[in-house]
Structure formats: structure tokens, C-alpha cells
Design a protein around this ligand. Structure first.
Ligand code: FAD
Length: 279
């Protein structure tokens, strides 16, 4: 159990160079004292980062920490998924984050899986209970959803296909999370829905990224961040206040765990946990 007295997990993306891999190794060493329940590694849609993802997962496991491998199915075939599952099983991986993913524009759709629910059902049918399966959840609604109601139903379908738990897209409004969880439970979802927390360390990157992924930056946060301009220290101090407050609201509201999007950095996550531990 972490110092927060509730489980935490940490997310990384696979580095592209040996220097990046070494830097990430040092970041992990700084974060391991938080005693994460698991560390997850993202997976580029279409298998674009497969080698780096699997290598990072293997390194985390070799460090004695449980690793979760993200796994996206868009553009994949049943045969290719079967092969990758066998590889992960042979590596001793026990936890997957099963996703549809997004192909870069121009790739078309293709593949034998349409939605993450198809992948979850396939993994269950092929491998039984070998893997703990996480799925993605969107308290502020997936950007391609036809309607909020259909998005919620799609989430429930995905869970009922065999997921053990869910991790949310990041958000800065705890009401959206609590409402989403209440509504999902009314549809029969009975698995933990763990909030995904994105520390705020820079302004332009966050604002750009959020538009595309279905996360809203509230107006007051957006305007404050823009007003700081290039003043990185003020952005970090403000971000620490905002995100620690959010985590406190979530913890007081009874969340089952917290998942940190570390962005392969240690300082912001450590600062938030320290602030919360002291609170
Ligand atoms: P789905 O659950 O399939 O949903 C996608 C869309 O289809 C939604 O709009 C949904 O409403 C709709 N839908 C779903 N099922 C149905 C149905 N049966 N009928 C009609 N509509 C349906 N991306 C990566 O590329 N790599 C990663 O490692 C990665 N990790 C992530 C981790 C987390 C915790 C989160 C929240 C997201 C992550 N993503 C990652 C982003 C994710 O791949 C994208 O958000 C993608 O657009 C949707 O993937 P999904 O698994 O949520 O898809």
C-alpha cells in the first residue's frame, strides 16, 4: 500500500532511444518508493511502439514491480493479437490495459476489431483468467462518442465483456468523475473505476493535448495557465495546488485507487503525493 493509504499506479510511455530508456529507469527508481501497485506502459496504436512497450514492461518486471501492458486493437488481426498475448504471457505479464486505440490519420480503419469491447471479449475467450484486464473510461465523454448515453453504454458493455477494472481519462473536475461512476454503476458496472491524474507542469502541451483526447481544461485553469506565459515555476506551483486539491476531493469521495500519468517525469507526481501525505 502506498503512503496515501490507497493503491496508486504509474503510467509511462516507451522511450525512443537508449538515452531515453536510461532516463526513464532513473525516473522509475525515484518513483518506486511510492510503492505502486503496478506500472503501466502505453502502446502506440497499430503496434507502432510494440518493441519499446514490451521492452519497458520487461524492465519494470525485472525491477520486481508488477507491470501492465497497454494493448490496442485497431488495425490488428485475431492472429496478431493471439501472438502478442502469448508473448506477454511468456514474459509473465498479468495485467493488460485493453484499448481500441487511434490510428494516425491516413491509415484507414481495417483490422478485425472495432471496439475495445471486442478486444476484451477476445482476450477472455482466448486466455481465460490469465490476465487482469483494465479498460479506459471517459468521465467527460469520449471525443468520438455519438452521445453521452451511448458512450456510457459502450463503457458498460466493455466492462461486461470481461474487464476487471477501469482507468479514466484525466479530468480536472471531480463532479464529472463521481457522476460518471454513479451512472455506470446504475448500468450494472461493478468494477473499480480508478481516476487517472495528469499533473500540470506545462501550459501549451496540456492545452494542445487535452482538446484531442476528451479532457476539458476548465476556463479558470486555462486562463490562469495562459497568463503565466513562460513562467514555468509559477505554472508548476499552480498545477501542484490544483491537482493536489483534485486528488484530495477524490480521496475524500472514496476513490478505490489513483493512477498517475507521469509523462516519464518523477517530480510532479512525487510532489503531489508528498502534499497529499502531509495533508
Ligand atoms: P472504445 O471503448 O472502443 O471506445 C471508442 C469509441 O467508440 C467511443 O466513442 C465509444 O463511445 C464508441 N464505442 C465503443 N463501443 C461501441 C459500440 N459497441 N457501439 C458503438 N460505439 C461504441 N491510446 C493508445 O494509442 N495507446 C495507449 O497506450 C493508450 N492508453 C490509454 C490509457 C487510458 C487509461 C485511456 C483513458 C486512454 C488511453 N489511450 C491510449 C487512448 C485511447 O486509445 C483512445 O481514447 C481511443 O480513441 C479509444 O480507445 P478505447 O479503448 O477507449 O475505445
Amino acid at each position: 500500500m502506498s503512503v496515501l493509504k490507497l493503491p496508486i499506479s504509474l503510467e509511462f510511455f516507451p522511450p525512443k532511444t537508449p538515452e531515453g530508456a536510461e532516463k526513464l529507469r532513473l525516473v522509475r527508481q525515484k518513483l518506486y518508493p511510492l510503492q505502486p501497485e503496478f506500472c503501466s506502459v502505453t502502446y502506440g496504436a497499430g503496434g507502432s511502439t510494440q518493441e519499446g512497450t514490451f521492452a519497458t514492461v520487461a524492465q519494470i518486471q525485472a525491477e520486481g514491480v508488477s507491470a501492465a501492458c497497454h494493448f490496442s486493437c485497431i488495425g490488428a488481426t485475431k492472429d496478431s493479437v493471439r501472438t502478442e498475448l502469448a508473448t506477454l504471457k511468456a514474459m509473465g505479464v498479468q495485467r493488460l490495459v485493453a484499448l481500441r486505440g487511434d490510428l494516425p490519420s491516413g491509415y484507414g480503419a481495417g483490422g478485425e476489431f472495432q471496439h475495445a469491447s471486442d478486444l476484451v471479449a477476445f482476450i477472455r475467450a482466448e486466455t481465460g483468467d490469465d490476465f487482469h484486464i483494465e479498460v479506459a473510461a471517459y468521465p467527460e465523454i469520449h471525443p468520438q462518442a455519438k452521445s453521452p448515453e451511448l458512450d456510457l453504454q459502450a463503457f458498460a458493455t466493455k466492462v461486461k465483456a470481461g474487464a476487471n477494472s477501469a482507468i479514466t481519462q484525466y479530468f480536472y473536475n471531480s463532479d464529472a468523475y463521481f457522476r460518471f461512476v454513479d451512472d455506470a454503476y446504475k448500468l450494472g458496472v461493478d468494477v473499480p473505476v480508478v481516476p487517472g491524474i495528469m499533473p500540470i507542469t506545462s501550459s501549451s502541451q496540456l492545452l494542445r493535448f487535452s482538446d484531442a483526447c476528451g479532457a476539458e481544461i476548465p476556463r479558470w485553469i486555462r486562463l490562469r495557465l495562459q497568463a503565466y506565459g513562460d513562467d514555468v515555476e509559477s505554472i508548476k506551483a499552480f498545477g501542484l495546488d490544483v491537482v493536489s486539491d483534485l486528488c484530495e476531493q477524490l480521496i475524500n469521495g472514496g476513490v478505490p485507487a489513483i493512477h498517475f500519468y507521469t509523462m516519464n517525469q518523477s517530480a510532479a507526481t512525487l510532489d503531489i503525493v508528498k502534499r497529499l501525505g502531509a495533508a
